[in-house]
Design a binder for this molecule. Sequence first.
Ligand code: NDP
Length: 244
Amino acid sequence: MQGSSKKIALITGANKGIGFGIARELGKAGMSVLLGARNAGLGEEAATKLRSENLDVRFIQVDLVRPETIQAAAASIAAQFQRLDVLINNAAIADQADGPPSTADLNSVQRIMETNFLGTLAITQAMLPLLRKADAARIVNLSSGLGSLKKNGDPNWGFASYKLIGYCASKAALNMLTVQLAYELRDTTIKVNSVSPGFVATDMNQHRGTKTVEEGAAGPVRLALLPPDGPTGSFFDENGPHPW
Ligand code: NDP
């Protein structure tokens, strides 16, 4: 198949929540959206829903803890499109057995790191050759205020009691990936940024979040559409730069 003139975007964990919202908005922006999901049934269902809205969306299987799915996705994108313009590293887990450093279950911390950090690093490495083939690729890492060392160190911060060492460390590690990869790619047109979507009502927090999925998707979408003079190696929330 010939390469597409439309931009190609891959969003991990896009069958629901903020990822689904990002998929919809990038589709509306005129991109060919590859809706990543680990569960084929859920992924197909979500892609079908967005196609019913006349958006160019197809399911692609990506399970961050199954490297063979990452390799197969990269091979499939290479065969169909020969490049990737946007990678949104959205998929992540929280875990009930996570907790403060003194008591968090170590297996839980390991599971979280394997998905949120190692899995994200793995897919980023796998997609990088395709991202390098795009004119001006964008990598967006879904981080969190909970990954901010500065915020975590502030006892008066509104979320100061959320001391989940596994989840928070996974997002701090993701922020390190943003900074180091942006440095590695500094002489290219590729931009790499972290974004906190805010406290968004999704399954991850039993819908306790105060923002809608549309509001949470806005920051990641903005970074996916950054112009050539936009920032790289930075961390944002809806109000602008976010402290590391
Ligand atoms: P959801 O729990 O609603 O969605 C998470 C998505 O990730 C689901 O599609 C899930 O798939 C997928 N996923 C989980 N594990 C894997 C895996 N191993 N491989 C591939 N996909 C996987 O979460 P949100 O939409 O709330 O979160 C999206 C991102 O935003 C995350 O990175 C989260 O950490 C971040 N974030 C969210 C905040 C919030 O308030 N909601 C606040 C700050 C950051 P499945 O359906 O199969 O489980």
